[in-house]
Design a protein around this ligand. Sequence first.
Ligand SMILES: [Zn+2]
Length: 501
Amino acid sequence: MAMSTLSSLGLDVVPASIVTDPCAEFGLVHVAAGARLAVLADPRSAGFAGFEGESSQHGNRVLVLGPLNGRNAAALRAQLPWLRPALIGLRTSAGFGDRLGRATPGHIRAIRATGGAVAPVFAQQSMREMGRTGRTPADVVDDAMWGVFGEGWRDGFGTDGDHLKTTDDMDRCVAGGFIGFTVDPGEHVWSGADSALPAAVRAAVAQLPWDLLEDREPALKSRFLGRGFDVGSQAIRFDEAQLARAAAKYGRAVAHVVRLYCHLVGTVGAGTFELEVSVDETDSPTSHAEHVYVASELKRLGVSFVGLAPRYVGRFEKGVDYIGDLKAFEQDIAVHAEIARALGPYKLSLHSGSDKFAIYPIVATHCRGLVHLKTAGTSYLEALRTVAAVAPGLFREIYDLCRGRYETDRASYQVSATVASAPRPDEIPDDKAVSVLDQFDARQILHVTFGSVLTEHSADGSRRFYDRFMAVLDAHPDVYAGYLESHFGRHLAPFVSALEP
Ligand SMILES: [Zn+2]
């Protein structure tokens, strides 16, 4: 690589980050205090006025060394279009939630290894995670962008404001720069419909928000009864009882999605964003007929979406492999994938998708590329693995706190670990600390307690772990990126090989 002007000024520049154009040079540099954005430009050009930092004159150019903050992120995005979030559409894709904001370089290395087969969503976080980590939507987008800049990734990346439940959630993500959204109408799904008595189901149907659904009961029946929905291997048919249960279970959820979708269109304009609909965090599986009901009703009401996350059969617990009958799962997803092709096409989204190695080949085969693999906490676990590898004492302290917080913090998660089955901190030698990350119970305990770890304060008011945790990641970026690359390599390989002819 040719010597950049920035490095000839004696700066410690990350080589992959260097961007040289006729009017300016940009790079990520390391100074004693940490990472900085370096911009060397002609000061007469108004486009460079947006950067802030320490400036110095070098010949006829001005060098600005600035913090990786929101203002510099916005100014850099204005200059370099590939740093702006992109729409992913129907391409095979993977979402890489990053609770700490340091994982994107490792994610990029894994995605590069797919040779373009998988499109990445680097800025992804649910409202629940942002609440627990104290990050804003803009922090999530900007942190991903700095990773993209540092690694020199120019092939675009998606955003996913995940599990948005209200218009307020949506507004916050729009303001933070997201253009991809996952709406979660789960609170409006009536999982009890599966086992409710017919009279209760009929009463629930009568009370659906028919005006919002632009519908009436006789019209609903005429659309669904007495016909089959041909999805390929079979025609999916409804009898009156099935239709009533589908409508009772999901009708309000459909109305809620329409409400959120219309709010989004009104705010940013149709066609400028992409939407996923997820009902994965509900108690009862989405039957194939219910999937047909939800997708065809959303379509009738004009909601355009690129992905849907039904609640599949089996258990998708956090941080561990699929729990359930693989044959039953295959029969389930095979038809869900057919429905997604026939009624969309849209992608099937696999939430809590990390570490589900047993089902990736099945999913990849049946989805035929129309799939989104969504992961979140597993990158945080790899950060903990990095801490365990280079600072085992700190890791044991963190793990000890997590065991104490697990019973409280597990509340909103699908997990089945018990503290009693997990190794005790005092029985973990330094050279075995990394292996704790491979133990079922310890993984789940560490997975769901991230908020406690990141926000725990000492008696003197300082953060007990956060600064030391981040200092480890910042001092060993290649260790962290290496763990992420190999971990996600295993996730993505089955999807890549399924796409090969
Ligand atoms: Zn989810």
